[in-house]
Design a protein around this ligand. Structure first.
Ligand code: AMP
Ligand code: TRP
Length: 332
């Protein structure tokens, strides 16, 4: 049976890139796979999180998943820290993964910045916990944005080394699922940087909690170039902002980038931005309204997470038992 696992960190400012690159695709996969979606609060604390904000952001991500249309009764939505087996398997995998593998992780280098000595040990081991998340459920398919590709390759390496070392076929091969026009939504202020929760400029991203006026204003102020809209993708070279805005339009309208170029090519950005703002506002509004409603109803969201965690534990515990057995851990 194919099983999907994916996660989002509750680190605030859930944005259009998270929605188009990840959550929206998950909604579309739920008819074909058994799905487990996780709010990865243990990953979040690899960098400092204010405790009250971490709690609020955990509910916000869960609300976004529910509001986007994930069926929490048929599938599982939960927060990672409610299932202790993630930490247990991460420890075993810490002893499988090699320092050399982790030293190659580009996300660690980006996040740690210049002061690497001062990064948390958790930030360094982050991809190992991510491998544990997926393999704890023998997940086979992982829908993510493009930035997570390297981490998924590491998860494959860990699974394969474990299987080899212990002469078992316990873990499946993990397949990334990366699709759509918006696998990498870029900053509205700099088309060469990805849209990110941690960008200091709020104008760089469309937050899922932004209202219509904020969305329209951010699109109006988005960086462009002086040329009119490109007429085909061939003209994207050296025009990352144009490519990004067209990519967002294509994703939101479920059309191809070529079709958007054919429709708007030659028009000035001011006209296109008006269309893009209207499209963004109208396509995000229903989900945003439901999200706002859910964020008022914290007891409902908490109950969904608790129920999801109980069902996640029921799947994870027998698999962890099997893993411990293979490793040779004595248990009664
Ligand atoms: P994170 O915010 O790092 O927890 O990411 C949650 C999910 O959103 C992952 O699947 C990421 O790959 C995806 N994601 C994050 N930022 C972007 C972006 N700018 N464009 C597309 N996908 C993204
Ligand atoms: N590292 C992922 C991100 O930042 C979040 C994540 C944690 C994840 N565990 C996962 C994604 C397991 C997919 C599968 O986007």
């Amino acid at each position: 049976m194919d099983r999907i696992f994916s996660g989002v960190q509750p680190t605030g400012n859930l944005h259009l890139g998270n929605y188009l690159g990840a959550i929206r695709n998950w909604v579309r996969l739920q008819n074909d796979y058994e799905c487990i979606f996780c709010v990865v609060d243990m990953h979040a604390i690899t960098q400092w999180q204010d405790p009250a904000e971490l709690t609020a952001n955990t509910r916000e991500v869960a609300a976004a998943m529910i509001a986007a249309g994930i069926d929490a009764k048929k599938h599982i939505i939960f927060n990672q820290s409610q299932v202790p087996a993630h930490a247990e398997l991460a420890w075993i995998f810490n002893c499988v993964a090699r320092m050399g593998w982790l030293n190659r992780m580009t996300q660690f280098k980006e996040k740690a910045g210049k002061n690497r000595e001062n990064a948390s040990v958790g930030l360094y081991a982050y991809p190992v916990l991510m491998a544990a998340d997926i393999l704890l459920y023998k997940g086979t398919h992982v829908p993510v944005g493009e930035d997570q590709k390297q981490h998924l390759e590491l998860a494959r390496d860990i699974a394969q080394k474990f299987n080899n070392d212990f002469k078992t076929d316990l873990f499946p091969v993990v397949e990334p699922l990366i699709f759509g026009a918006a696998t990498r939504v870029m900053s509205l202020k700099d088309g060469t940087k990805k849209m990110s929760k941690s960008d200091p400029s709020d104008l760089s991203r469309i937050n899922m909690t932004d209202d219509a006026d904020q969305i329209a204003k951010k699109i109006r102020k988005a960086k462009t170039d002086p040329e009119p809209l490109p007429e085909s993708t061939k003209e994207f070279n050296g025009r990352p902002e144009a490519a990004n805005l067209i990519g967002i339009y294509a994703a939101l309208s479920d059309s191809s980038v070529e079709d958007v170029c054919a429709r708007f090519g030659g028009e000035p950005f001011s006209t296109f931005k008006q269309h893009l703002a209207d499209l963004a506002v109208s396509s995000l509004a229903p989900m945003q309204e439901e999200m706002r409603r859910l964020m008022q109803d914290t007891s409902h969201v908490d109950a969904v997470l608790a129920d999801g965690a109980a069902r996640a534990r029921a799947v994870a515990e027998p698999i962890l038992g099997e893993i411990k057995d293979v490793v040779g851990f004595l248990s009664p």
